[in-house]
Write a protein that binds this ligand. Structure first.
Ligand SMILES: Nc1ncnc2c1ncn2[C@@H]1O[C@H](COP(=O)(O)OP(=O)(O)OP(=O)(O)O)[C@@H](O)[C@H]1O
Ligand SMILES: [Mg+2]
Length: 230
């Protein structure tokens, strides 16, 4: 089995001025290439913290992360930036679209940063998430759900080996949410992309190969979503 994502005894403590700021407590994770993971857990359990560490956006207090066998710490800041541009698609919990760029420019930027500018491909990715015709809009001219879909188009457009998605359907009504879920998991299955999806929705489990639940900074493998609180 080839590991796509591995963590070894991963700890994260935030500096919170005296309180217990431990958000991750020794996470051991081994995710094979092409696996689709649903990551569930209550608010504050550490899901976003974990994704940020997997993407090299933040540094662990202890332990390490390997992406495709490469140690993130060993890559240095520049190496991590390169890795993010070329290997990772990230859908943030709060979209993170650049407000001064149109939808098309936001998606295109991901390709430009990866050294592969291609407007036709950006347009195709926007069409894929059902937003053809809205590519010229600025983020504030799009609904929350539409912004979310542009953020997904931006992650998909590079066809990266790994996508990390923090509540990709959190702001969508259940019908649109299901559509986006099918789209995202379908594309990842087709292209063998590893997908880690944070969600509060138990529906996500139906689309996943593995279900991981976080609780108070620890991670547990679950057989099914039955009995898990939404
Ligand atoms: N920048 C920060 N500084 C200090 N504490 C933080 C910071 N970010 C997160 N935390 C704390 O770390 C813990 C885990 O937060 P995290 O954002 O990872 O949770 P989450 O599982 O993503 O929650 P949610 O479902 O609400 O998004 C929480 O107790 C939170 O208060
Ligand atoms: Mg979060």
């Amino acid at each position: 089995m080839t590991s796509s994502i591995r963590t070894y005894d991963l700890w994260k403590e935030y500096d919170t001025g005296g309180h217990d700021g431990i958000a991750l407590r020794g996470i051991e994770l081994d995710i094979a290439r092409g696996q689709i993971i649903a990551l569930l857990g209550k608010s504050g359990s550490g899901k976003t913290t974990l994704l940020n560490l997997l993407a090299g956006l933040d540094e662990p207090t202890r332990g390490r992360v390997e992406i495709d066998g490469m140690d993130l710490q060993g890559l240095g800041e520049r190496g991590r930036t390169e890795l993010r541009r070329n290997k990772l698609g990230f859908v943030f919990q709060f979209f993170n679209l650049l407000p001064t760029l149109t939808a098309l420019e936001n998606v295109l930027l991901a390709l430009e940063l990866a050294g592969k500018p291609d407007e036709a491909r950006a347009l195709a990715s926007i069409a894929l998430v059902g937003l053809a015709g809205k590519e010229g809009r600025y983020p504030h001219e799009l609904s929350g759900g539409e912004q979310q879909r542009i953020a997904i188009a931006r992650a998909l457009v590079k066809d990266p080996p790994i996508i990390l998605a923090d509540e990709p359907t959190g702001n969508l009504d259940s019908h649109t949410g299901t559509q986006v879920l099918e789209l995202l998991t379908g594309r990842c299955r087709e292209s063998g992309t590893t997908l880690v999806m944070v969600s509060h929705s138990l529906k996500t489990c139906e689309y996943a190969d593995r279900i991981l639940r976080m609780s108070d900074g620890r991670i547990f493998e679950e057989e099914s979503c039955e009995g898990l609180a939404p």
